[in-house]
Design a protein around this ligand. Structure first.
Ligand SMILES: Nc1nc2c(ncn2[C@@H]2O[C@H](COP(=O)(O)OP(=O)(O)O)[C@@H](O)[C@H]2O)c(=O)[nH]1
Ligand SMILES: [Mg+2]
Length: 260
């Protein structure tokens, strides 16, 4: 009790002294001090806002129409393939716990999966999702691969040269789908063909005046044959069959890259 009393007396002595100090200080100094404090606060706020990254919790299913994206989407969500004949015109989007994870014990978290229709008119929709993308799955039809090789390569090329993909180093999984059929091409074959085709595209696109096709980046190493290993972001190849539910490599890619 005594110490409290002493403290009170001390304070009563000090307060007028501090007030006196302030009064002696020219007002401009006080203003400058307040200004400095305010500016520091603003700088911290700006740095904080600029550094804030959107969460990267989305996996994008991309690829040409007919490659099997929608079947894969339902397979991931429900563990079955909801076969339908409707051509998707809107991105199919869902936040869910992967079907394969629901049987596991412990913490299970939902992921956001977006199935972006392959129709070229709808491809710009892809950009809306890229800011939050933890990974891009590029689905390839391993059965009807050769007739589609050129257009698949063009689509893949466009993805790999997108500014945000390169800058954020978004990992890409080339998923060779429909391997339930014996006539399906192997993932090694598909990888090599895509690399060859992209190599050709790279030459023709750099030859075209840059104003014509606006790819943000050029791919690979000049003077060397193109290989996916030259990309800054990780590009891997895997196999799946959406129809039979053989999608473990896809699930592994998702669990590896989604940040919760
Ligand atoms: N054999 C086989 N057919 C598949 C597989 N996945 C999809 N399909 C068929 O391929 C067609 C296109 O599938 P869909 O998911 O609609 O492709 P999307 O256009 O990429 O969404 C459908 O007729 C599917 O039944 C697969 O793993 N194996
Ligand atoms: Mg579809």
């Amino acid at each position: 009790m005594e110490t409290m009393e002493r403290l009170r007396i001390q304070l009563e002595e000090w307060i007028p002294q501090v007030e006196e100090k302030f009064r002696q200080m020219p007002p401009i100094q006080i203003l400058i001090a307040l200004g400095v404090i305010f500016l520091t606060y603003v700088i911290f706020l700006v740095v904080f806002l600029l550094n804030r990254k959107p969460p990267s919790d989305t996996i994008i299913l991309s690829g040409l129409s007919g490659s099997g994206k929608t079947v894969l989407f339902y397979q991931l969500r429900d563990g079955s393939s909801h076969q339908g004949t409707v051509t998707s015109m809107e991105p199919n989007e869902g936040v869910f716990v992967l079907h394969s994870e629901t049987t596991k014990k412990g913490k299970i978290k939902p992921v956001r999966i977006v199935d972006v229709p392959g129709h070229s008119r709808l491809r710009p929709k892809l950009d809306d999702y890229l800011v939050r993308a933890a990974g891009i799955v590029f689905v390839v039809d391993a059965l009807e691969f050769l007739p589609n090789c050129r257009s698949a390569s063009e689509y893949l090329y466009d993805i790999l040269t997108k500014f945000i993909v390169v800058k954020r180093k978004i990992p890409v999984l080339i998923l060779c789908n429909k391997v339930d059929k014996v006539t399906a091409h192997t993932k090694e074959f598909i990888r090599k063909q895509l690399e060859k085709e992209i190599d050709k595209l790279r030459e023709s696109r750099t030859a075209v005046s840059s104003a014509d096709i606006a790819n943000d980046f050029t791919l690979g190493v000049p003077g060397e044959a193109f290989a996916f290993t030259q990309c800054d972001n990780k590009v891997t190849v895997a196999e799946a069959s959406g129809l039979t539910g053989d999608i473990s490599q896809l699930e592994q890619f998702i669990m590896e890259h989604v940040k919760f």
